[in-house]
Design a protein around this ligand. Structure first.
Ligand code: NAI
Length: 268
């Protein structure tokens, strides 16, 4: 049985992913702000270093797979924090744990992005470039400044642009990074899942009831007429982490009930 790191393991998709891996008999090292094997704030450089060091210590330095699931949503008031957690929190953790995946010889990594990267017309190309360049200070400043612009004001989603952009940049990072020799030629597969609307505390709010949400009244189309559940994403997390998934890397899989296909039927 394998050893896997799952970030965001205390709630939603990360919790469902960790549960699924544990049910299959694997060891899971969860990373989250609290209620996890490793408590760490992936929004800070110090927290990311701590998470990597603890995960390496707990695993003995060899990992079968990593699922970078932790993230915050567009309702978070601080757009700079959204950029830090969603982009740098995932990238720094994966970069830091890559040597442990390499030692295994068939490491697997999966990252949760979002279909908002392709379905929400709010991607800030300048912010995306700063994220991909790894300039966190400049990215945070850009996200905060863009948020102050009246054009960016979206009721209930003050960080929508930073959110969609952080996920857009993360998907680009996955595609660029997966094919580099450090990943591809060391047997490490790196893929992304882009969920659509999934009923987790991020979407419903900590106290929100799933019944209060109507798929047919949602701002983006929900062709299947249903929202996703954390287990729907956990299924794909596990598939991407399996050793048998040996010929897929750099993929971004929409798991969104058909939203992206409905909005962009001619995109591939
Ligand atoms: P959730 O809120 O249920 O779980 C997110 C987890 O990430 C929480 O346990 C939280 O404590 C953790 N987290 C947040 N900030 C952190 C930090 N600074 N350091 C460490 N851990 C931190 O939300 P959900 O929906 O399960 O989100 C999982 C991923 O899916 C996120 O990356 C989110 O952006 C993404 N996503 C969610 C969608 C949805 O509709 N729920 C749609 C598309 C993407």
């Amino acid at each position: 049985m394998g050893t896997f790191v799952v970030t965001g393991s205390a709630s939603g998709m990360g919790a469902a992913g960790a549960e699924r891996l544990r049910a299959a008999g694997h060891e899971v090292i969860g990373v989250d702000l609290r209620s996890a094997e490793v408590s760490a704030d992936l929004g800070t450089d110090e927290g990311r270093r701590h998470a990597v060091a603890e995960a390496l210590a707990l695993s003995g330095g060899t990992l079968d797979g990593v699922a970078a699931v932790a993230g915050v949503g567009p309702s978070v008031p601080d757009a700079a924090a959204v950029a830090s957690v969603n982009y740098f929190g995932a990238v720094a953790l994966l970069d830091g744990l890559r040597p442990a995946l390499e030692r295994h010889g068939a490491g697997r990594a999966v990252v949760i992005t979002s279909n908002s990267a392709t379905t929400v017309p709010a991607v800030d190309e300048t912010l995306a470039e700063l994220l991909i360049a790894g300039d966190e200070d400049a990215a945070r400043a850009r996200a905060a400044a863009a948020q102050r612009s009246p054009a960016a004001a979206v009721p209930g989603s003050p960080s929508l642009s930073a959110y969609a952009t952080s996920k857009f940049a993360l998907a680009r990072w996955v595609r660029h990074t997966a094919v580099t020799p450090e990943w591809a030629r060391r047997g490490i597969l790196l893929n992304a899942i882009a969920p659509g609307a999934v009923l987790t505390p991020l979407m419903t709010g900590a106290t929100g009831a799933a019944e209060d949400f109507d798929p047919d009244a949602f701002p983006t189309p929900m062709p299947l007429g249903t929202f996703g559940r954390p287990a729907d994403i956990a299924f794909w997390i596990e598939q991407f982490l399996r050793p048998e998934a040996r010929f897929t890397t750099g993929a971004v899989l929409c798991v969104d009930g058909g939203t992206d296909a409905a909005m962009r039927p001619d995109a591939q």
